[in-house]
Design a protein around this ligand. Structure first.
Ligand code: URA
Length: 257
C-alpha cells in the first residue's frame, strides 16, 4: 500500500466517524469474545429505558446500586461498576466529579468530551476553562474551601461518541446515580448547565426559557444556565450568564445571613 492508498483509507475512516486513535494496535472486534451485540441507536432511542436490552433493567439496577452507596467514594465505585450503559465501552475513563464535595454550589453538566475523557475529570477543556472563569467571577472555585468552594459533576460519566448528546434512555439509566450524588453532597444550590442537565434533573428542555429562574431539582434550589460550550459559540449570551451568576451569588449571600 502506498502513501496515497493509506491517506485515502484514513480519509474514508474519518468520513465513517472514526476520528480518533484510541489504542496503539488495531483490534478486530469480531474476534473479541463475550461482547454483547450493540442495540441499534434508533431502537434504543424509541424504547422505554426498561426495554433497552434483555437482562437486568438498567434503571432498576442503577437505583439499587446508587441506593447502596452510603458515601461519595462508594458512589464513585458504584458508577464505575455499572455496566449497562453502552457509552462506558467507548470511554477511556469514568468521569465522576471534581472540586470540593462540601461546596454550597454543585454544578451539573452534560457529559465528558475528549479532554475530560482523557483526564478523568469534568470540565477541563475549553468550556471547562470558561466555567472556571465564570465561577471565579463570583468567588467560587474547585480548589476553594468553605464559602469559596465549588463541586462539579455531569449527568453522564462517559464520553458519548463524537460528543453527541446523551440519549434519553442513557440519561434515564444514569439519573439514579446523579440523584444519589446530589443527596450525598447535599449542596445548598444546584446549577444546571444546559439542556441535557435540565432534561435529566427537571424532565424538560428549553434552556433559553428556563435559564435565570430558580426552580427545584432533586429537592434543592436549582438555577438553569447556558452551557459554557454554548457561550463560547454565542458570546453575546454571556450577558445573561453573568446575570444568572449574580443571582446565584445573591442567593448564597442570603443563605449565609
Ligand atoms: N461539557 C460538559 O457538560 N461536561 C464536561 O465535563 C465537559 C464539557
Amino acid at each position: 500500500m502506498d502513501f496515497h492508498d493509506m491517506k485515502a483509507l484514513l480519509e474514508w475512516q474519518v468520513e465513517m466517524g472514526a476520528t480518533e486513535a484510541i489504542g496503539e494496535t488495531p483490534v478486530n472486534r469480531y474476534d473479541v469474545p463475550g461482547e454483547a451485540p450493540k442495540p441499534k441507536a434508533a431502537a434504543l432511542a424509541a424504547a422505554p429505558a426498561s426495554a433497552a436490552q434483555d437482562g437486568p433493567d438498567p434503571v432498576e439496577t442503577a437505583r439499587r446500586m446508587a441506593a447502596g452507596a452510603t458515601d461519595l467514594e462508594a458512589l464513585r465505585a458504584a458508577v464505575a461498576a455499572f455496566d449497562l450503559c453502552d457509552l462506558k465501552r467507548g470511554a477511556r475513563n469514568t468521569v465522576f466529579a471534581d472540586g470540593n464535595p462540601h461546596a454550597r454550589v454543585m454544578v451539573i453538566g452534560e457529559a465528558p468530551g475528549r479532554d475530560e475523557d482523557i483526564a478523568g475529570l469534568p470540565f477541563v477543556g475549553r468550556a471547562g476553562r470558561l466555567l472556571d472563569r465564570m465561577f471565579a467571577a463570583i468567588g467560587l472555585s474547585r480548589g476553594g474551601e468553605g464559602a469559596e468552594a465549588l463541586y462539579i459533576t455531569n449527568i453522564m460519566p462517559w464520553r458519548p461518541p463524537q460528543n453527541r448528546e446523551p440519549a434519553p434512555v442513557e440519561i434515564a439509566m444514569m439519573l439514579p446515580f446523579v440523584e444519589r450524588h446530589v443527596a450525598l453532597a447535599a449542596p445548598e444550590v444546584i446549577v444546571l448547565m444546559g439542556n441535557t442537565a435540565c432534561q435529566g434533573m427537571l424532565g424538560r428542555k428549553g434552556i433559553t426559557r428556563l435559564r435565570g429562574t430558580w426552580t427545584e431539582a432533586a429537592g434543592h434550589p436549582a438555577m438553569p444556565m447556558f452551557h459554557p460550550a454554548y457561550l463560547l459559540r454565542n458570546p453575546a449570551a454571556k450577558r445573561e450568564a453573568w446575570a444568572d451568576l449574580l443571582e446565584i451569588r445573591a442567593r448564597l449571600a442570603e443563605g449565609a445571613e
